[in-house]
Design a protein around this ligand. Structure first.
Ligand code: DX5
Ligand code: ZN
Length: 221
């Protein structure tokens, strides 16, 4: 398995001083910036688009930016995010008419590609596209808001996906998003995840380094 990655969700960052807050969380030891895009259509909330991604790049953020698209339709926004400096683009398969085409579009735009599964989305969407995936993201809450509680059935789903990844032989990250905290991250890793999105658990704390260090020491157990 690849080294664990901690990806703070900037949904819980301070949007009035976003560049500084993202720099602070990276200086505190975060690996990847998780960038939640919500359209008030596919999910009941509205957040940020490619302009904000460009602004972070122009502000000097060089870490990978992991764009989680909670939008429908998805295809037309993909080239804009690639131009804006996205490193990884993930989308929900039920929000795309042509999942294979959308994955190809992401790869052709130069980004890593992934599928996102809501808690009740079946895994059959993986059946014919494993060779095109860099990331599989399992939602451990229903998408739309930060600060929700981790849904325990995600653990079993993580184990199933971990088996499928290992059996496939492909180099695919298994990312988990929603309700990840210091006190459950070890159990989530044991179920097979290797990339951890955490929003409220990190940004609600006065000292980001302390909470990220605590997460890493839980992962080292
Ligand atoms: C929810 C988002 C998550 C969210 C995670 O739709 O995709 O990235 O911000 O927030 P926490 O860690 O607070 O559950
Ligand atoms: Zn997310």
């Amino acid at each position: 398995m690849q080294p664990y990655l901690i990806a703070p969700s900037i949904l819980s960052a301070d949007f009035a001083r976003l560049g500084d807050d993202v720099k602070a969380v990276l200086d505190a030891g975060a690996d990847v910036v998780h960038f939640d895009v919500m359209d008030n259509h596919y999910v009941p909330n509205l957040t940020i688009g490619p302009m904000v991604c460009t602004a972070l790049r122009n502000y000097g953020i060089t870490a990978d930016i992991d764009v989680h698209l909670m939008v429908k339709p998805v295809d037309r926004i993909i080239p804009d995010f690639a131009k804006a400096g996205a490193s990884i683009i993930t989308f929900h398969p039920e929000a795309s008419e042509h999942v294979d085409r959308t994955l190809q579009l992401i790869k052709e735009s130069g980004c890593k590609a992934g599928l996102v599964f809501n808690p009740a989305t079946p895994l059959h969407y993986l059946d014919h596209v494993m060779d095109k995936l860099d990331v599989i993201l399992l939602m451990s809450v229903n998408p739309g808001f930060g600060g929700q509680s981790f849904i325990p059935s995600t653990l079993d789903k993580l184990r199933q996906v971990r088996e499928r990844i290992d059996a496939s032989g492909y180099d695919i990250r298994l990312e988990v998003d929603g309700g990840v905290k210091v006190d459950n991250i070890a159990e989530i890793a044991a179920a097979g995840a290797d990339m951890f999105v955490a929003g409220s658990a990190i940004f609600s704390q006065p000292d980001y380094k302390t909470v990220i260090d605590e997460m890493r020491s839980e992962l080292a157990k």
